[in-house]
Design a protein around this ligand. Structure first.
Ligand code: HPA
Length: 235
């Protein structure tokens, strides 16, 4: 019994998870051979259908932030037989080599979130990370599809509007590639439930390449095509 997703919904073993419900719909409409809407509780749209190659796949929005993706990924993993969740989102770039429009494969997520505190007993600090088999496949497929990618650690922040404008320098100096707001919760749920998770990100803005402009809504949409193509290759 699921609290936040339509009980009768059918999901594929692999679910792509953008943050925005409208983006989930856009992916279903533009990339899938066929699909049906399977849930819309609280406006969080979910679709199940097939890729152009005939593989079953679902797309469902996560909403924003660790608590939101924490709820939806937990219910997908525990109530609907989902095995793989691939987050597809945007991030702010922390490194000079991560330009607006580039794609990142997140290998692990550090955070200022409290989400892992229940697992942080007796000196243990959990390091939530992507599943290695999914990461490897994503990297190999990116090479085959000629999609340039950066692979490395990211930061999942609980705060979008940080009161400290210099905060980014801390993760930046640790070599962290960029900042988003969800992967830490998704990775932790997958580790806890013995499932698989991966996060692919498009750099939508940058903290370090000051001359680069943030993406417009249209640029955001078109550069997402590379990331969605890569995510769908993992179905
Ligand atoms: N901060 C947090 N999340 C984000 C950002 C950011 O700058 N850009 C895209 N997602």
């Amino acid at each position: 019994m699921s609290t936040h997703i339509n009980d009768k919904a059918h999901f594929a073993k692999t679910v792509l998870m953008p943050g925005d419900p409208k983006r989930a719909k856009w992916i279903a409409e533009n990339f899938l051979a066929d699909y049906e809407e399977v849930s819309n509780v609280r406006g969080i749209l979910a679709f199940t259908g097939h890729t152009q190659e005939g593989k079953e796949i679902s797309v469902m929005a996560s909403g924003m932030g660790v608590p939101s993706i924490g709820i939806y990924s937990y219910e997908l993993f525990t109530c609907y037989g989902v095995e793989n969740i691939i987050r597809i989102g945007t991030c702010g770039g922390y490194q000079k080599e991560c330009h607006v429009g580039d794609v990142i494969i997140a290998t692990s997520a550090s955070s200022n979130s409290n989400y892992a505190s229940h697992y942080s007993n007796k000196g243990v600090h959990v390091a939530p990370c992507s599943d290695f088999s999914l990461m490897l496949k994503a990297y190999e497929n990116a090479l085959k599809l000629n999609i340039p990618v950066h692979a490395g650690p990211i930061f999942s922040s609980d705060i979008f509007y940080d009161p400290d404008p210099e905060f980014y320098k801390i993760p930046m100096e640790l070599g962290i590639l960029g900042v988003e707001m969800e992967s830490y919760g998704l990775f932790l749920n997958a580790m806890r439930l013995k499932k698989k998770a991966l996060c692919l990100l498009t750099v939508s803005d940058t903290f370090v390449n000051k001359e680069e402009k943030d993406m417009t809504q249209e640029e955001r949409q078109s550069s997402l095509v590379k990331m969605v193509t890569l995510a769908l290759s993992l179905a």
